[in-house]
Design a protein around this ligand. Structure first.
Ligand code: IVH
Length: 688
């Protein structure tokens, strides 16, 4: 493999380092990387390039591998995850995690303010904050280092999710400044930013997977995942709202929050009015009214406003009821919801043939935009809502871009309205619809003849993450399809300037760009070509996995469902879809034409440099957590040396590669079947 000069120098330097030098360098690199993290994620003011950051991180990774004794649990290398938590341990909270009394009524806020003004001694200053709609978290720090992150649970005890919380880039693992208490807990709310949430759902949609309902539940589900590497990729974020310590802190809540900002935490921005001190009820109401409207422009969801007494002494004086502090109250916004009439239901056909029903509504204003359509997801959803045309329906806007129908106002239903019948044939090509066991959606099986599927597949093929064909957009695809020049993606590679120039809106320059773009796509790597083919359930990640495992289209096409399922993370649904795709004669013709055109159907040899066949014919099962490698690295090493990875122990398993916390059932099974259990060190010796 070609190595940069810098890389060689770094490696040489590490090789020659004494343990003391390594320790010093590891500490300084960790500090530097955490500072860059803070600048990038919390302040949005990066001062080095991503490349430079990666180089520093790589240096730290190699040092930690060489000197594992100095690898800190709070090292910046932990941000990418990899630690597996099989069971989240229960932890009793030092300070109970209480709830807030809340109200939807502004009158009750006025009453609350009146009441506490009478109880507390002296003038009261309030702090108004956003009520983040996420998952509460309490994180303990000792001597400036993250110790433990615990969920709210039942308020008295929660679950230790530290490994997952370490992957959230805006939460510091080591604090900056010096004036933080030696031992304290900070509490806040972890949430799913809307942009990341929508991206996640778009990826799932593309892979034909069920969509997540809302950002809050998805944040909660993500934090309970066993594999922290997946959590790391999800892009969760966190705002902090309270500091708790047995030793004395600042004198007010506002001051504490500002201090937490100086220690490196992400705190609400004053300049964006996300936190404000208020002297009276009018200022509190102005804050509430501002956010009731402005919340729709935030990149995360809030469900209300929290009003807190600022002074800690006054907070103490006011005290708590059984469940919540008297010194705080939440004003909750009503969900952005309206009722309107369901006029009709139409059906969209996606590029993979999946049918999505859409509600056509009498236009209505909701959270600042006019809504005419809402998603109905699938036939089951319509049945669950028991929808009838003409119904008055409730429409709500949550974290998604498209609003959804949540319920029917049965009191207003016309008793004669017929029961809703879902379509049985494709609205575009009349083919009878199919539905596979376990699939939520119906689909049109006529993929070679159904117009939206043909166009959709072509648009997908040329899209940025697939073949990325410059000079060709969906309008041109539409035009070429309508002119009868392209029926399949392979036709793109037969287009000539003579054919294109006579078409409307085709200038010489645009034709040249288009043909250059098509020509250049012949160099797009195999994994993206595979993604571009648009096989149902084969999204970007799955395509990458399959390409790297099988290395060529020929080998992938030769694989049966059983072989496919043996590949890490490939389930039966994906396996069957791949087998079905390649079994169709018109797909085989398509592949042959694309091969003739010169597309990349394999990973070039150079990428296999360093590969050996030392593990040929051997099948491995990895279990537990390892000192020097992540599980993904071990899997990659096994494949690099010709071995195979399997998910469960069977008589075909050659070795179980066992790390810390290996599952007892795996061990038992391996022992029963007489499969050798080896350590990370034994494995390194095998491939040395
Ligand atoms: S203060 C004693 N401030 O709301 C309770 N909570 O109903 C102190 N929340 O579990 C909580 N934003 O998860 C506080 N700015 C904020 C908040 C907030 C969201 C959540 C928190 C808590 C729940 C209470």
């Amino acid at each position: 493999m070609a190595r940069t000069k810098a890389h060689r120098i770094v490696e040489k330097a590490i090789w020659e380092m004494t343990a003391t030098e390594a320790k010093v360098r590891i500490e300084s690199l960790s500090r530097e990387l955490e500072a860059h993290n803070h600048r990038y994620y919390v302040l949005s003011q990066p001062s080095i390039s991503d490349y430079e950051f990666d180089q520093l991180l790589k240096e730290l990774e190699s040092l930690e591998q060489q000197f594992p004794d100095f690898a800190d649990v709070n090292s910046p290398t932990k941000r990418v995850g990899g630690d597996i938590t099989k069971k989240f341990n229960e932890v009793v909270h030092d300070f109970p995690m209480m709830s807030l009394s809340n109200t939807y009524s502004k009158d009750e806020i006025v009453e609350w303010e009146n009441r506490i003004r009478k109880i507390a001694d002296g003038e009261i200053t309030y702090v108004c904050e956003l009520k983040y709609d996420g998952v509460a978290i309490g994180i303990k720090y000792v001597n400036g280092a993250m110790l433990q992150a615990v969920t709210r649970g039942d308020g008295t005890k929660g679950e230790d999710i530290t490994n997952n919380v370490r992957t959230i880039r805006t939460i510091p693992m080591k604090l900056s400044g010096e004036d933080y208490p030696a031992d304290f807990e900070i509490r806040g709310e972890i949430f799913y930013p809307l942009e990341s949430f929508q991206k996640l759902n778009a990826q799932r949609e593309e892979a034909g997977e069920a969509l997540f309902a809302n950002p809050r539940n998805t944040a909660s589900g993500t934090l309970k995942m066993q594999d922290s590497a997946v959590v790391a990729q999800r892009g969760l974020d966190c705002y902090l709202y309270g500091v708790y310590s047995k030793s004395p802190l600042a004198s007010s809540h506002f001051e504490s929050v500002q201090n937490a900002g100086k220690w490196g935490f992400k705190i609400p921005l004053q300049e964006k009015k996300m936190i404000e001190t208020c002297e009276n009820i009018d200022q509190i109401m102005a804050f509430i009214n501002h956010w009731d409207e402005a919340r729709h422009r935030l990149d995360f969801e809030i469900d209300g406003i929290v009003i807190k007494v600022n002074d800690y002494r006054q907070q103490e004086e006011l005290g708590f009821t059984a469940k919540s502090p008297r010194w705080a109250i939440a004003y909750k916004f009503k969900a952005a919801e309206v009722t309107t009439v369901l006029e009709s239901v139409s059906y969209q056909v996606g590029r993979t043939g999946a049918i999505t029903p859409v509600a056509n509504l009498k236009p209505v204003l909701l959270a600042g935009t006019t809504v005419k359509r809402a998603s109905l997801h699938n036939a089951d959803q319509i049945e669950k809502l028991d929808l009838r045309i003409g119904d008055h329906v409730y429409v709500e806007k949550g974290g998604e871009i498209i609003p959804k129908v949540t319920a029917v106002d049965l009191a207003k239903r016309n008793p004669d309205a017929p029961v809703f019948e879902y379509i049985t044939h494709c609205p575009e090509c009349e083919t009878p619809l199919a539905r596979n066991d376990g699939d939520a959606k119906h689909y049109c099986p006529n993929d070679a003849g159904c117009p939206p599927q043909i166009k959709g597949k072509m648009e997908h093929f040329i899209s940025r993450k697939a073949m990325d064909i410059e000079g060709l957009g969906s309008e041109t695809i539409e035009q070429l399809h309508e002119a009868g020049m392209i029926h399949s993606i392979a036709d793109l590679y037969d287009l000539t300037a003579d054919q294109l120039l006579p078409l409307e809106r085709m200038a010489e320059k645009s034709v040249e760009n288009m043909l250059d773009g098509i020509e250049a796509s012949k160099q797009v790597p195999f994994e993206r070509v595979l993604f571009a083919l648009g096989i149902r359930y084969v999204g970007e990640t799955v395509a990458k996995k399959l390409a790297r495992h099988f290395k060529s289209l020929e080998q992938l096409m030769a694989a049966d469902a059983e072989t496919l399922v043996a590949v890490d993370e490939i389930g039966e649904r994906i396996a069957q879809s791949v087998v079905d795709f390649f079994a169709q004669p018109d797909h085989q013709t398509l592949i042959e034409r694309l091969r003739q055109a010169g597309l990349q159907f394999e990973i070039p040899e150079e990428q296999f440099a360093g590969n050996t066949e030392k593990l040929k014919g051997l099948s491995f099962v990895i279990s537990g957590v390892f000192e020097r490698h992540s599980r993904d690295e071990l899997k990659a090493l096994i494949e690099k040396h010709g071995g195979k990875n399997a998910g469960s122990v069977s008589s075909k398993t050659s070795y179980v590669l066992a790390g810390e916390g290996m599952g007892p059932s795996k061990r038992e099974k391996a022992e029963k079947l007489g499969v050798s259990i080896i350590s990370e060190g034994d494995f390194e010796a095998l491939i040395a």
